[in-house]
Design a protein around this ligand. Structure first.
Ligand code: SF4
Length: 470
């Protein structure tokens, strides 16, 4: 399988990144922390980083999103930001009364070498940081997120791992249920809130107790309120994170991260012996079957009837609609985990994902596509650690029928007059990003209808006679 690397991009004349196909590492950490109950994401760094992250997440989720900041300015950059961090943690504790503050560092504080873990350690344990009414202070969890060293997906997974490292307890701990409590840790990666809800339903359909870590489906896709809540309800309870060390198994969906980032599932396996299953994001029949087969193994139960019916209807839809999608080509871009899932799914429905592009740096995307969709061998260019300049070059060369990815590809789609099917994060220029379902048979059904209808509409719009038989 042909693979272009960033050094090839440089050799082709690019000397800088132009509109990177990724976002910053603390953004992913902020999203992950927002999926834990009672948690406030906090950036140790300058105000602007928190503003950028807030803006991206608010525009994608259409929900209020608080990201606190220690507001490190010139003086703190020179003399160290410990005083800012202390004051920031004090203020957030007073204003929000959180159960946890998830502290991520920015490029600035990483570059000046702030020892954030040491600083947080000097603030003492929660019981020494009680409020005047006696409430214990929040747990303080730190994740190092220098954005020049990783992507938003790396930041996301690293924040989940830091949270699990700080809070998970072994089955032998008296505060959690006994050995293997029957629950399954589901580590979903960066998916939509509709995906999170569907995953919970799917795992529960096998009689298993799903523990999504994290789960921001209520906090970032909540109901309309008649008053503003400082700390929105929802998220994975911290007691559940503590119990994750006693789970029957962990399932990571995706988990293609840069070398050096540890997955929470691996940590739980090493520390507490919880078996860890790593699967690709379940997009389409092939990859969802891998998940449902694993759920059958874990539960010793067959697929629930409603899920089997969804699978059957999806195959029927493929048969009905294959004439609109077969032998088309697409450029797919975005988070590595989603690109992998989409590439395998596109191969399944007869569309060649001629270019699979990502800003991710795992170095494993091409091999994973080759492993999971061997029929694509020789027909796919995989571009990793890339930007939209490079994606544009590839798209101009092959003139695909379709672009599939997030809103950052809009300008390219407009320039080439090629339809764009919006998936993943960030989606800024459409409503309902949180409702886009990608996962499971149900998600594949919705994606299939969108892709087929987009191709039909494009053919109608570009035809001088329109659609003949109407
Ligand atoms: S300076 Fe670094 S941490 Fe801040 S927004 Fe930019 S990439 Fe992200």
């Amino acid at each position: 399988m042909s693979v272009s690397t960033s050094s090839e991009a440089l050799a082709s004349g690019s000397v800088s990144t132009t509109n990177a196909c990724r976002m910053c590492m603390p953004l992913g950490a902020g999203l992950a922390f927002s999926g834990f109950e009672g948690t406030v994401p906090f950036l140790h760094g300058s105000q602007g980083c928190a503003t950028y992250i807030r803006r991206y997440l608010i525009s994608h989720f259409s929900e209020p999103m608080d990201i606190a900041s220690s507001s490190v300015g010139e003086a703190a950059t020179v003399f160290g930001g410990e005083a800012n961090l202390r004051e920031g943690v004090r203020n957030v504790t007073r204003v929000y009364r959180p159960e946890m503050i998830g502290v991520a560092t920015t490029c600035l504080t990483e570059t000046i070498g702030e020892d954030v873990s040491g600083m947080l350690g000097r603030m003492g344990p929660p019981e020494e940081r009680t409020a005047p009414d006696g409430t214990p202070g929040p747990a303080l969890v730190h994740v190092p997120t220098p954005s020049y060293a990783g992507t938003h997906a790396d930041g996301f997974h690293a924040a989940v791992t830091s949270t699990v490292t700080a809070l998970a307890r072994p089955a032998s701990d008296g505060s959690v249920p006994g050995a293997s409590d029957g629950s399954v840790n589901v580590l979903p990666g960066i998916v939509s809130t509709a995906d999170l809800r569907h995953l919970r339903e799917l795992v529960a359909g096998y009689g298993l107790a799903p523990r999504l870590m994290p789960d921001w489906s209520d906090r970032l896709d909540g109901v309309s309120m008649d008053h503003y809540e400082m700390l929105t309800a929802g998220g994975t309870p911290l007691t559940e994170v503590a119990a994750s060390g006693a789970a029957a198994a962990s399932i990571t969906l995706g988990g293609l991260v840069s070398p050096g980032i540890t997955l929470a599932g691996d940590l739980l396996a090493e520390s507490f012996g919880v078996p860890h299953h790593r699967l690709a994001m379940p997009v389409g029949i092939r990859l969802t079957d891998a998940l449902t087969d694993r759920l059958t193994d874990l539960s010793d139960r067959p697929m629930p009837d409603w899920s089997a019916a969804e699978r059957g209807r999806l195959i029927d839809a493929y048969v009905d609609g294959h004439k609109y999608v077969a032998e088309r080509t697409a450029v797919v871009y975005g988070d590595e985990d989603l690109v992998l899932g989409l590439a395998v799914w596109l191969a399944e429905i007869g569309i060649t994902p001629a270019v699979c592009a990502t800003g991710g740096r795992s170095g494993r995307l091409a091999a994973e596509i080759a492993r999971l969709a061997p029929e694509l061998d020789g027909r796919v260019e995989v571009v990793e650690d890339t930007d939209f300049r490079r994606i544009g070059e590839a798209a101009r060369r092959i003139r695909p029928d379709l672009l599939i990815g997030h809103s950052k590809g809009y300008r390219l789609a407009r320039e080439l007059d090629i339809p764009l099917v919006r998936v993943g994060l960030p989606i800024h220029d459409r409503v309902g990003a949180q409702r886009v379902r990608h996962l499971g048979y149900r998600g594949a059904q919705e994606l299939f209808d969108r892709v087929a209808n987009t191709l039909i509409a494009d053919r109608q719009d570009s035809s001088s006679v329109g659609y003949a038989y109407m």
